[in-house]
Ligand binder design. Structure first.
Ligand code: MN
Ligand code: MN
Length: 462
C-alpha cells in the first residue's frame, strides 16, 4: 500500500453513500422534520415516543413481554428491547435528552403594563439561550395547566393554522443608543425584559378599572381553557418559537428548526431501538429531561431513573437482587447521544479544525466533552472508543472525530458523566449543529441519517 492510505480521510457523507442510500436519508429526514415541527416540549416528545413505540408493539412494563416502555412522569421515558443475553450481563443504552432551551411562563405571570396598552406574561428563561435571539419573533405557548382538582388542561397555541402567536418585543433602533448599543451583548436584553405580549383589549365593562386588559385576558382564558389566575401556580407553560421546521438550502440538504438539541438524537435513538433486529444485548433508548439545566430533578439524568430501568428489567427476568443490579450496571455500555458544534463558517476561529465536526461529514464521536482541562468530562476509555469505531466501520456508519471548540474557548457537558457514575462505559456521539441553542438550529440530513444508522448498529452489534 502507498503511504497515502495511512492518512485518515474525512469526506462528506454525500460523497460516500450511493443514490439508494441518499434517497433513504432524504425520506428519513422528511419524517424527522414533521416530528420536529410538531413536538416542542419534553412532554410532547415523551408522548410521541410512547405512542410510536406502542404502535411498534412495545408495551408498558407492567404488562411484561420483551419490548417494554418505562415512563417517568411523562417527561422521561425508556424504551427497551430485551436481548438474547440476560440483563445481568449488561445492556446497551443510547441516552438522549428531550428538553430544549426555551422561556417558561412564571408562576404568577399575568400583568397589565400600566398605560402601555398591553398585558403580558412574566417569563423566566430555561437553559442556555442568547436572549437577543428571542425578541421580535413569533412565539407559541405549549404546556399544561393542572387544576386544583387534578384535571389536566393541555395548552398548545401558536402553531396550528389560524392560531394567534405571541411575541417578546424589542426596542426600536432609534432609541437604542444608550439603552442597548453601548452594552455588552449579554446585558443588552436582561432576563426580566423577556416578557410576552398576550393582549391589548380592555374588558368592555371595566374600561376604567385598573388591569382591565389583564381582566380581559383572564376572561378569554376562562372561556378557552376553563382556568383562572390561581391555576398558573400549577402550570408548566413553555414559550417556544412558533412555526414549523424547514428544509434549508437549494439542495435541501439541511433542516432548520427549533430543538435539534437534542431531539435529533431523541428521534434517531427512538427509531433505532424500534427498528433494531433481534439483538444479542438488551437495547434501551432513554430519553431524559432537564439536561439543559444540569440534569437535576427526578426526570433528569442525575436521578436514578437509569438504575430504576435496569432494576425493572432484571425484575422482569426474575433476577433482581443487589449483586445482579450492580453487575449489570457495571457491564453496560452507553452512547450519550447529544449534539455537538459543527465548524461555524463565520466563526472558524473558535474551533480546532482537526478536532471539530464538519456539517454533513457523518456522526461525530466525542471521547470527551467538558471544558478547559477536561473538567466535567466523562472521557471514554480508548478500549471503548475502539469498539465504537469498529462497530461503525463494520456497518457503513460514516463518523468523524469531534470536540467542542478550542481548548480554553468554552465548552459544554452532556448526560455522559451521569451514566458513567454507574460504572458503565459511555461515549458521546451525536450530530453536529450550526446555530446550536438558537430558535433555528441547523442540522445536516446526512448526519441525521448516520446518527440513526450508528445508534442502530450499536444496538445490533454482537
Ligand atoms: Mn444537548
Ligand atoms: Mn444543549
Amino acid at each position: 500500500m502507498g503511504y497515502k492510505e495511512l492518512k485518515m480521510e474525512r469526506k462528506p457523507v454525500w460523497d460516500i453513500i450511493d443514490e439508494d442510500e441518499k434517497q433513504k436519508a432524504m425520506e428519513f429526514a422528511d419524517s424527522y422534520r414533521e416530528f420536529l415541527s410538531t413536538h416542542k416540549t419534553e412532554r410532547e416528545v415523551a408522548e410521541f415516543a410512547i405512542e410510536t413505540a406502542s404502535k411498534a408493539g412495545f408495551k408498558d412494563i407492567s404488562s411484561g413481554g420483551d419490548r417494554v416502555i418505562i415512563v417517568n412522569r411523562g417527561k422521561a421515558v425508556a424504551i427497551a428491547r430485551i436481548g438474547k443475553r440476560p440483563v445481568r450481563d449488561g445492556v446497551r443504552i443510547v441516552a438522549a435528552h428531550i428538553d430544549v432551551p426555551r422561556i417558561d411562563v412564571k408562576q404568577n405571570p399575568l400583568y397589565d403594563s400600566s398605560k402601555t396598552g398591553t398585558a403580558l406574561f412574566d417569563l423566566h428563561y430555561y437553559g442556555g439561550i442568547k436572549k437577543y435571539q428571542w425578541v421580535a419573533r413569533p412565539l407559541a405557548i405549549h404546556g399544561i395547566v393542572i387544576k386544583e382538582d387534578g384535571r389536566k388542561i393541555d395548552i398548545n397555541i401558536g402553531d396550528k393554522p389560524g392560531d394567534p402567536v405571541f411575541t417578546i418585543e424589542d426596542l426600536l433602533p432609534h432609541l437604542s443608543r444608550k439603552a442597548q448599543y453601548g452594552k455588552k451583548i449579554e446585558e443588552a436584553i436582561p432576563g426580566e425584559k423577556l416578557d410576552l405580549i398576550v393582549g391589548s383589549i380592555p374588558l368592555p365593562d371595566e374600561k376604567d378599572a385598573k388591569e382591565s386588559i389583564k381582566l380581559n385576558v383572564l376572561k378569554l382564558l376562562s372561556e378557552m381553557y376553563g382556568i383562572k389566575e390561581e391555576d398558573f401556580i400549577s402550570a408548566e407553560l413553555e414559550v417556544v418559537p412558533a412555526g414549523p421546521a424547514y428544509d434549508v438550502g437549494f439542495d435541501k440538504s439541511m433542516i432548520g428548526g427549533y430543538g435539534h438539541d437534542d431531539r435529533i438524537c431523541g428521534y434517531t435513538s427512538l427509531m433505532a431501538v424500534l427498528d433494531a433486529a433481534d439483538t444479542e444485548w438488551t437495547a434501551i433508548t432513554i430519553l431524559f429531561d432537564k439536561e439543559e439545566i444540569g440534569s437535576d430533578g427526578n426526570t433528569g439524568a442525575q436521578s436514578r431513573f437509569a438504575e430504576h430501568v435496569i432494576a425493572s428489567l432484571l425484575d422482569l427476568q426474575g433476577e433482581l437482587n443487589y449483586k445482579n443490579l450492580m453487575t449489570a450496571l457495571q457491564k453496560s455500555q452507553a452512547i450519550s447521544a447529544d449534539v455537538t458544534a459543527a465548524i461555524d463558517p463565520m466563526w472558524k476561529e473558535v474551533h480546532d479544525p482537526k478536532n471539530a465536526a464538519i456539517l454533513g461529514y457523518g456522526l461525530p464521536i466525542m471521547k470527551y466533552t467538558g471544558h478547559g482541562g477536561k473538567y466535567g468530562a466523562n472521557d471514554a476509555h480508548a478500549e471503548f472508543v475502539s469498539l465504537i469505531r469498529r462497530i461503525f466501520n463494520q456497518n457503513g456508519v460514516v463518523w468523524q472525530p469531534a470536540g467542542l471548540g478550542k481548548v480554553d474557548e468554552g465548552g459544554g457537558g452532556t448526560v455522559a458523566k451521569y451514566l458513567s457514575k454507574f460504572g458503565m462505559d459511555v461515549i458521546d456521539a451525536g450530530p453536529a449543529l450550526l446555530s446550536m441553542h438558537s430558535p433555528f438550529e441547523i442540522a445536516s440530513k446526512a448526519d441525521l441519517w448516520m446518527a440513526y444508522k450508528g445508534y442502530r448498529a450499536f444496538f445490533e452489534a454482537k
